[in-house]
Design a protein around this ligand. Structure first.
Ligand SMILES: Cc1cc2nc3c(=O)[nH]c(=O)nc-3n(C[C@H](O)[C@H](O)[C@H](O)COP(=O)(O)OP(=O)(O)OC[C@H]3O[C@@H](n4cnc5c(N)ncnc54)[C@H](O)[C@@H]3O)c2cc1C
Length: 323
C-alpha cells in the first residue's frame, strides 16, 4: 500500500482529536480521522465539561494550554449558539484558608469570593468566569466544524501505529486511554468519573468542592439540566453506573446547595478520564514516519483542548518544514 504524504491522519474523535483536526484544517492541511468510537460515544461525551485545569500535568504547560483554550473559546465558540459553550461563574470552595491557585495566570477574571458567597461550613474559595461546554451540543458542534472545513472521518479501530503508517506518513495520536494498547503506554490509567444529571431548579452558578469535606462535589447548571458530580476513582475500569456513587453524589450536592434537597434524575453517566503523570504531547519518529502524540489529559481534556491542538499544529509545521 502506498503511504499518503499529503493527508494527515488523526486517530481519535474525542475532544482532543476533533480540536486538533480543526486547527490543522484551518492551517490548510488535508485531514482524515479514524476512530473506534465517534461522538456521542467517546469519553469526552461523558464530561461535565467546565474549563478548569483539574487532574492534569505538567502545571507550567497546563497554564499555557488552558489560557490558550479560554481565549480560543471566547473568540470562536461563545457567540455561536450551536456550540453549547457559555461563560459561567464558578466558585471553588474550601473549609480552610488557601493560597492563590497555581493556574491563576491562565484566567483574567480571578477573584476571591467574600464569606457571604460561600456555602455554610466553608471558609475560602476561588471565583472565576470561564467557559462551560455543554457536551450534548459541543461535541456535535466540533464534529460539524471539522466536517464543514473539509475533514473526513471513518469509524475504524486500529491495533498498532504501524497499521496507520501503512497508509499515512503523518499520524496524530489522540486516542486517550486507548494508547495503553495502541502504543503500550503503561503510565496511562483510568480515573473513573460518575455524574448524575438532574432537572434544572433555577441555580446558575457553578460550585465545586475538590478537597474539603464534600470532596469531590460539583454542581454544574447548564441550559436545560444540572450536572452533579462526582467521583475520581483511580484505576477503576467499571463503566457501569454505581447506585452507591449516585447516592453519595446527591448527598454531597445537597450539602453544597440545600436547594438540591429534592431532585429529579434525568440520567446517570460514567466515563474514564485518561490519567497520566503528564500529558504526552510530542513528536516521535518511527522508521522515518511521524507520530505526534496528544493524549493523557486526565480531568482537563476540554480545558486544555485548543492549547494542545495548537501545539500539535506547531509540531506538524516543524515536521513538514524539515521533510
Ligand atoms: C465524569 C467526567 C467529568 C469530566 N469533566 C471535565 C471537565 O469539567 N472539564 C474538562 O476539561 N475535562 C473533564 N473531563 C475529562 C475529559 O473528559 C477528558 O480529559 C477528555 O474527554 C479526553 O479526551 P480525548 O479526546 O483525549 O479522549 P477520548 O474522549 O477518550 O477520545 C479518544 C478517541 O480515541 C479513539 N480510540 C481509542 N483507541 C483507539 C484505537 N486503537 N483505534 C482507533 N481509535 C481509538 C476513541 O474511540 C475515541 O474516539 C471529565 C471526564 C469525566 C469522565
Amino acid at each position: 500500500m502506498v503511504s499518503n504524504k499529503t493527508t494527515l491522519l488523526v486517530l481519535g474523535a474525542g475532544v482532543s482529536g476533533l480540536s486538533s483536526g480543526i486547527l490543522l484544517l484551518k492551517a490548510g492541511y488535508k485531514v482524515t480521522i479514524w476512530a473506534k468510537d465517534l461522538p456521542p460515544n467517546t469519553t469526552s461525551d461523558k464530561a461535565a465539561a467546565f474549563w478548569y485545569p483539574y487532574l492534569c500535568n505538567p502545571r507550567d504547560k497546563a497554564v499555557v494550554w488552558s489560557k490558550f483554550t479560554l481565549e480560543y473559546l471566547k473568540k470562536h465558540a461563545i457567540d455561536d449558539p450551536l456550540s453549547g459553550c457559555s461563560m459561567r461563574t464558578m466558585i471553588e470552595v474550601f473549609d480552610h484558608k488557601v493560597d492563590e491557585p497555581w493556574w491563576q495566570e491562565a484566567v483574567e477574571s480571578y477573584k476571591r469570593p467574600i464569606l457571604e458567597e460561600l456555602p455554610d461550613g466553608y471558609m475560602d474559595g476561588y471565583k472565576v468566569e470561564a467557559p462551560l461546554m455543554d457536551t450534548s451540543k459541543y461535541m456535535e458542534w466540533l464534529l460539524g466544524s471539522y466536517t464543514s472545513l473539509g475533514g473526513t472521518i471513518q469509524e475504524r479501530y486500529i491495533a498498532s501505529i504501524d497499521e496507520a503508517h501503512m497508509e499515512y506518513d503523518t499520524v496524530i495520536n489522540c486516542t486517550g486511554l486507548g494508547s495503553i494498547e495502541l502504543v503500550n503506554d503503561n503510565s496511562l490509567y483510568p480515573v473513573r468519573g460518575q455524574v448524575v444529571v438532574v432537572k434544572p431548579n433555577g441555580l446558575t452558578q457553578i460550585t465545586a468542592d475538590d478537597e474539603a469535606h464534600n470532596n469531590l462535589a460539583y454542581i454544574i447548571p447548564r441550559e436545560t439540566d444540572i450536572v452533579l458530580g462526582g467521583t475520581a476513582q483511580v484505576g477503576d475500569w467499571n463503566l457501569e453506573v454505581d447506585p452507591k456513587d449516585t447516592e453519595e453524589i446527591l448527598q454531597k450536592a445537597k450539602l453544597l446547595a440545600p436547594s438540591l434537597d429534592k431532585v429529579t434524575i434525568i440520567e446517570e453517566k460514567v466515563g474514564l478520564r485518561p490519567g497520566r503523570y503528564k500529558v504526552r504531547l510530542e513528536a516521535e519518529n518511527i522508521a522515518g514516519k511521524t507520530v505526534v502524540h496528544n493524549y493523557g489529559h486526565g480531568g482537563a481534556g476540554f480545558t486544555l483542548s485548543w492549547g494542545c491542538a495548537h501545539e500539535v499544529l506547531c509540531l506538524i509545521q516543524t515536521q513538514t518544514r524539515n521533510s
